[in-house]
Design a protein around this ligand. Structure first.
Ligand code: ADP
Length: 413
């Protein structure tokens, strides 16, 4: 019976596919099953009486000795290789990954350890290939993500370019429309502004030819005066157009010189007096004798004349226009106040736009150029212009310029 039992256990011992090693307390191998020989590459019985170290990598021999002793003293089951990597050494010196389960036991007061060895090469290789596959996959994903990002960046760039091109086209279209609007405004304004004086000139010329008697000289002169005034007027409009053209192309060369403010005021007042309507009164400052400017004299005169002429043009007969001038260390401020027709509130924001004319002046001659030129000049001289106006009450235009030109003499605008 004993023999049969021994045989039975021995054949199970050898059939088990895991390695079974019995070790004594000196770490000497007492017995191994067949699977251990196959796993570590040794013939049957070769391992008997050999130290267990033969199956352990050399670098662990000394550590293992201590562990083994502690383990025997504790007398507890133990597993190795689940959490940390451990290796067995084959007869040809090759390492292979293993898991080990250790069971201490005692027979006749002698301590032994039953070592169960699992060859986990397959699992480890499998895990490694999964890891490699994973990292290959991750790399691929990284590469694709980078490619995608690059494509997105490219698309975004192209989109920005497209939007920019679209905006440019839009702006060009808006500009073209503005230009067309200006052109048509300009044409209707030119035909109106030129036709009226031209037909006046024609009528006067025709009438002159009819006054043949010497005593009709005063009539001829009256018509000659009308012709001269209208030619003057047309000339003024053409000058305005040329100024706009020059300002637009930056062709104006400002030439600052030192001059007295009173000099240009006298000039402006002298010309304005010829334009005053019946009963209109132009008040001007008298205490300006000490005011000097270092600016472009002709341009400052043109600005002031424009504002005074507008005040006359857009005020009724028997009204008063007041010109005021003040000066401090830095600036000179001119203001022209009338109690004329004023500017409708809705038109005030457009008043400095070229060719713009308010709704309430359409029966009065004008081009809508003057204030636009004035504003450009004032700003080019380093100053600023503003106005206050109430319809049917009056307007006050004020501009301020530095006493000393801020631009260089040679600077071309
Ligand atoms: P124009 O007098 O030839 O029409 P401007 O550029 O000088 O052109 O003036 C533009 C517009 O501003 C005028 O058409 C008018 O509507 C308004 N305006 C300018 N000055 C006055 C003023 N003193 N009173 C009322 N409206 C004015």
């Amino acid at each position: 019976m004993l023999f049969r039992n021994q045989y039975f256990f021995k054949s199970i011992f050898n059939k088990i596919s895991e390695g079974i090693i019995i070790v004594d307390e000196k770490q000497q191998i007492i017995d191994t099953n067949l699977a251990t020989g196959t796993m570590f590459g040794y013939q049957k019985n070769y391992l008997k009486k050999k130290s267990i170290n033969i199956l352990i990598p050399e670098e662990y021999h000394s550590k293992h000795k201590i562990y083994f002793k502690d383990f025997l003293d504790e007398g507890q089951n133990k597993t190795m290789g689940y959490e940390q990597n451990i290796h067995g050494v084959k007869s040809d010196g090759q390492f292979f990954p293993i898991e080990v389960s250790l069971t201490p036991f005692k027979i006749f007061e002698k301590k032994y350890v039953l070592v169960l060895v699992f060859d986990i090469s397959f699992r480890v290789n499998h895990e490694r290939s999964i890891r490699e596959l994973n990292s290959a996959l991750e790399n691929k994903v990284k590469k694709r993500t980078a490619e995608l990002k690059a494509t997105i960046v490219k698309l975004e760039k192209e989109n920005k370019k497209r939007i920019k091109a679209e905006n440019e086209t839009k702006n060009a279209l808006i500009k073209e429309k503005e230009l067309n609007d200006l052109k048509s405004k300009f044409l209707s304004m030119v035909s109106h502004e030129f036709k009226t004086p031209l037909s006046g000139i024609l009528t006067s010329a025709m009438l002159i030819s009819k006054y043949k008697n010497p005593e009709q000289q005063d009539k001829r002169e009256a018509h000659l005066k009308i012709i001269s005034e209208k030619v003057h007027f047309l000339n003024g409009i053409l000058d305005d157009f040329l100024s706009v053209e020059k300002l637009e192309k930056g062709k104006i060369n400002y030439m600052p010189t030192k001059f007295m403010v009173s000099k240009i005021v006298e000039e402006v007042i002298y010309n304005a007096n010829t334009q005053l309507k019946e009963g209109q009164n132009l008040l001007y400052p008298e205490e300006i004798d000490g005011f000097a400017l270092y600016q472009d004299e002709k341009v400052v005169e043109l600005i002031l004349a424009n504002l005074v002429n507008n005040a006359i043009k857009y005020s009724h007969e028997d009204s008063t226009i007041v010109l005021k001038i003040t000066q401090d260390d830095l600036n000179t401020v001119f203001s022209v106040k009338d109690n004329g027709i004023g500017i409708p509130e809705k038109d005030q924001k457009n008043i400095f736009k070229r060719y713009f004319r308010a709704d309430n002046v359409l029966l009065t001659q004008g081009t809508g150029i003057g204030l636009n030129i004035v504003k450009h000049h004032v700003e080019n001289l380093g100053g600023s212009i503003s106005f206050e106006s109430v319809e049917n009450k009056g307007s006050e235009f004020t501009f301020s310029i530095p006493n000393i030109a801020v631009y260089e003499k040679s600077l071309t605008y």
